[in-house]
Design a protein around this ligand. Structure first.
Ligand code: AMP
Length: 218
């Protein structure tokens, strides 16, 4: 099963992609994590991506599409994948559709996690992430047991540079201009599954899994 997770920055795509991929036995591919890994390793791709990421802009398609399609072609992706953060514009969505056609496969569903704009701004402002395992926390919504320390691995928590207020505004603008049109793209293909993204992470996971189940039986 191949799933795309759609939603604004802060909608909970990363959290839910991790939870749902574990529950359904799928590989989780996050384009943002691929860029952050590349940057931590100091690769040329990572350094090229960095200047766009710190401004909250999209990394150009000629860098992004190749990186994600290469990851998708790896053997551990054969049993199914959740794509988190990709595609993020129509050019990427079309490149993805074509890559699947060439493999004789297709995206099964696009899961759209819907959250109000007000809630997005509040969530992004308080988000802290583990430097080691990428687990997300929120200062008020889901704080760690010990301030600044990851509950899961003891790693150091940090605020992503692109979660700073000015960049958050830019990321939301980019989302509404370039990524939101993908909702209509997948709806037009009969693949859109919409889920309310407010509630506890476990509730939202249950909603997503049952919505995918129902839509596959239709
Ligand atoms: P994320 O972790 O998904 O919020 O991504 C962090 C940043 O990485 C974004 O603000 C973009 O600069 C870049 N990025 C991630 N995915 C993509 C993509 N599909 N296309 C272009 N840029 C991306």
């Amino acid at each position: 099963m191949y799933l795309v997770f759609l939603g604004a920055p802060g909608a909970g795509k990363g959290t839910q992609a991790a939870l749902v991929s574990r529950e359904l036995g799928l590989e989780h591919i996050s384009s943002g994590d691929l860029f952050r890994d590349a940057l931590n390793r100091g690769t040329e791709l990572g350094l090229k991506a960095q200047k766009y990421m710190t401004r909250g802009e999209l990394v150009p398609d000629e860098i992004t599409i190749g990186m994600v399609l290469e990851r998708l072609a790896a053997p551990d992706c054969r049993n199914g994948v959740i794509l988190d953060g990709f595609p993020r514009n129509l050019g990427q969505a079309k490149a993805l559709d074509e890559a699947f056609i060439a493999r004789g496969e297709a995206i099964d569903k696009a899961v759209y996690i819907k959250v109000s704009e007000e809630e997005l701004i509040s969530r992004l402002g308080g988000r802290w992430v583990c430097r080691k395992c990428q687990a997300p926390y929120h200062l008020t919504g889901s704080p760690p047991r010990v301030a600044g320390v990851c509950d899961k691995c003891g790693g150091e928590l940090y605020q992503r540079p692109d979660d700073m207020p000015e960049t958050v505004k830019n990321r939301l603008r980019v989302y509404f201009e370039q990524t939101a049109p993908l909702i209509a793209h997948y709806a037009g293909m009969g693949k859109l599954v919409e889920v309310a993204g407010e509630g506890t992470p476990a509730e939202i996971t249950r909603r997503i899994v049952s919505a995918i189940d129902k839509s596959r039986k239709r």
